[in-house]
Design a protein around this ligand. Structure first.
Ligand code: ZN
Ligand code: ZN
Ligand code: FE
Length: 743
């Protein structure tokens, strides 16, 4: 990122000869001059690289002098087909570009495509490597004379900025209807009028078309939900500046720096009790948090500033589909969703969603890793013998392509049951494979026989294929994310993952390193009455846990049973007979059961809803817990059924919801302590890794970490890779690679 101009600057200052160029393995530099000056050059190269540069390794080699003299040159790219190249993620507008954007006298005043070597689109416009203008979707735009002068001027901050352009030579906006007819001569003013009128508009963002409506308008938000077929899942907001964010939500220092970071993610923030701006209830119904982002591109800056209000901004698709990103898709994909489309003539090569992050225990915890982060590689603790593909899980799928010690985890792809997501999955494998020149020879997949990612792996010809257990992959992803390969106690708490015994796991205590994993404990298995339906209907998990807690007792007078009286008996029968009721040790399903018993959520409309609402119900002052029941054995079991019975007793006794939800979270933290203490006694390990979707729960992570650290244990949590199934592909690569490594 801006590396060649930086090299050129220090070489010019030191008056050495030679050149710098991109090659497909990174950057190649030749310098010639007195040895003390060359040494000074190397010092400065290592000491102060540009803020966004990602220097992994500097290799130095002596070559015979050629008599090269200053001026130092930026040379053409060498396309040698060797090694790897790094493609930068997309970067939000930098401070200097924003100042220029606001300056009425500047050439790029309010120009929606302004960028420089430190900011702008990258991954989404790159067609192939090495990275220069010709290999991006900017190739179609001829630089004007003035831009070319900036591009060639070593002192300019746009020196060799590949997507560089200006109002004279850059992309142009247009406002069209979904039939492609132009609607207004001033596209931005036209769009603002339509948003004012409560219409649903689409905007060509960094990684695809996004849908926007006025967040204050109940009608507009309802219209958007209806057309997008999205019932209750929260919608994200675009807000013009930090001040307005603070008027809506509580923002601490860590959250503020996330909001303004070059990645410009959606940050999950707690709402203020008395916000300065009204937000339609339908934006995030029943949710105490809002997902907010500051403008991720100059085009977004322009819209947000002109509108000066919170705007709903969500991916341009129907629920569960990938984002529309090509203009030729507008009619088909957005035809019955958007009233108008603000588009432009620069194409998007790779569709990519916004990233989502939250702050947990004072540090960022990734929830969805996409724009701004992909395709930055994760470094493996050793070098791979052969290139590997990790096919990921099923929901929240990502793929991971790795060679040597670089693991390129793809951006979030989504739920593979949707045919269009499956197509995006295949395209992502091809694109990453080509971009980073990785032809996999070893392919790792989940053990679940019905995952389409598993089917993809088994259809590949001429490669070795290896299955990796889901929860081992979770823990391995957490180890790699923490740059370690030491043996740990792994707490893998999630929804469902296929276990080695063929049942659905999800409340697992493993002793694991990257190569091996042993299940030393787990939640007591219960049935899922009706199979998949039990995932959609948490009350079924309540019936199942309660039946298992006490076979004799009639639970029919509980409020959850009365609310579901028509089916309570038959569903309990499924639990009793085991017919159509597979076994699970899932922690996610235990959260579901508690949520239903509490009367929070009997049926969900999006994944994780019951657990999210349970977390939000916690009264933070509650310190009490419920007793932890351990069933001895190898592996030992934790009795979650008794816990659900205790919760039911609390509901019966009229305890407040916040108290019960708080006690339950404390119970899960106590479970973590019990499990880790047992595992430490058995295996002498005192490092704990937390992974799985349940560990997106901030209250839980904070309490688990505090309690474990209080017992003298070291706790690893996720840093750059999500704890949910978005991290599985990396974990698969790490586990498969541990047995196929060079050093
Ligand atoms: Zn900039
Ligand atoms: Zn220009
Ligand atoms: Fe999982």
């Amino acid at each position: 990122m801006g590396f060649r101009p930086f090299v050129h600057r220090i070489a010019s200052e030191l008056d050495v000869g030679g050149f710098v160029c991109n090659d497909s393995g990174g950057v190649a530099i030749e310098v010639e001059g007195p040895s003390s000056t060359v040494a000074a050059f190397l010092d400065r190269l290592a000491a102060d690289p540009p803020a966004l540069a990602d220097v992994r390794h500097i290799a130095v080699r002596d070559i015979p002098p050629e008599g090269a003299r200053a001026p130092f040159r930026i040379a053409e790219t060498i396309a040698d087909g060797g090694h790897r190249a790094l493609v930068s993620p997309d970067v939000g507008p930098c401070e200097e570009c924003l100042l220029e954007f606001d300056d009425p006298g500047a050439r790029r005043h309010r120009f929606p495509f302004t960028n420089c070597t430190n900011c702008g689109p990258r991954f989404t416009i790159v067609r192939s490597v090495p990275y220069d203008r010709q290999s991006t979707t900017m190739a179609e735009f001829e630089m004007c004379e003035r831009c070319h002068r900036e591009y060639s001027d070593t002192g300019d901050r746009r020196f060799h900025a590949q997507p560089l352009c200006c109002p004279d030579c850059g992309p142009r906006l247009s406002l069209v209807n979904t039939a492609g007819e132009t609607l207004a001569s001033d596209p931005v003013a036209g769009l603002v009028r339509m948003i004012d009128a409560g219409l649903v508009v689409a905007v060509k963002g960094v990684g695809g078309f996004q849908l926007a409506v006025d967040a204050r308008s109940d009608d507009a938000v309802a219209r958007l939900r209806d057309r997008k077929r999205r019932d209750e899942k929260p919608l994200a907001l675009l807000v013009p500046d930090l001040r307005m964010v603070e008027g809506l939500c509580q923002v601490d220092a860590a959250e503020q720096s996330l909001l303004t970071s070059p990645e410009r993610p959606i940050v999950l923030l707690r709402r203020r009790p008395h916000p300065e701006h009204r937000i339609a209830d339908a934006v995030a119904p029943g949710n105490g948090w809002l997902g907010i982002m500051l403008p991720p591109s100059p085009l977004h800056v322009l819209l947000a500033e002109l509108l000066d209000r919170p705007l709903v901004l969500t991916s341009g698709n129907r629920s569960d589909e990938p984002m529309a990103h090509r203009d030729r898709d507008i009619a088909e994909r957005l035809g019955d969703i958007a009233d108008a489309v603000l588009t432009h003539d620069r194409s998007i090569e790779v569709p990519i969603d916004d990233s989502v992050t939250r702050v947990v225990a004072g540090r960022p915890l990734p929830v969805r890793r996409a724009r701004g982060h992909a395709p930055r590689p994760v470094t493996l603790p050793w070098k791979l013998r052969r290139p590997i593909l990790g096919c990921g899980a099923h929901l929240k799928n990502t793929v991971c392509l790795a060679r040597s010690s670089d693991a390129f985890v793809s951006h979030h792809l989504g739920d593979l049951s949707s045919p269009s997501v499956l197509a995006a999955f295949r395209r992502a494998i091809d694109h990453y494979s080509e971009l980073f020149q990785i032809v996999p020879e070893l392919v790792a997949h989940d053990l679940h026989p019905d995952y389409l990612s598993t089917a993809y792996a088994s259809q590949m010809a001429g490669v070795d294929v290896v299955g990796v257990q889901h929860h081992h992959a979770h823990i391995a992803s957490c180890l790699v994310d923490n740059q370690t390969e030491e043996p740990v106690i792994g707490l893998a708490f999630d929804g469902l993952g296929f276990g080695e015994d063929g049942t659905a796991w999800g409340g697992e205590v493993l002793v694991a390193d990257l190569g091996h994993s042993e299940r030393v404990g787990h939640l007591r298995p219960v049935s899922m009455p009706g199979g998949d339906r039990a995932t959609q209907e948490p009350w079924r998990m309540a019936a199942s846990h309660l039946y298992a807690a006490d076979h004799e007792r009639d639970w029919g007078d509980l409020s959850v049973a009365r609310r579901n009286a028509d089916h309570w008996g038959p569903v309990t029968d499924l639990a009793r007979t085991g017919v159509s009721a597979p076994q699970t040790s899932s922690m996610g399903r235990l959260f579901d059961a508690v949520s239903a018993v509490l009367g929070l959520r009997d049926v969900i409309s999006y994944e994780g809803q019951a657990a999210i609402e349970l977390e939000q119900s916690v009264d933070p002052a509650i310190r009490e817990s419920y007793p932890v029941g351990v069933i001895d054995g190898d592996p030992f079991q934790i009795d979650g059924c008794k816990l659900v019975a205790s919760v039911a007793a609390g509901v019966d006794a009229g305890h407040p919801m916040g108290q019960i939800a708080g006690r339950f979270h404390n119970w899960v933290a106590d479970v973590a302590v019990t499990c880790c203490t047992l595992a430490r006694e058995l295996h002498g390990i005192d490092v704990v890794a937390l992974s799985g979707g349940v560990f997106q729960n901030a209250i839980l992570v904070e309490r688990v970490v505090a309690k474990l650290e209080g017992r003298g244990m070291r706790v690893l949590t996720h840093q750059t890779i999500p704890p949910n199934d978005g991290g599985i592909s990396l974990g698969q690569v790490a586990v498969a690679g541990a047995s196929d490594r060079l050093s």
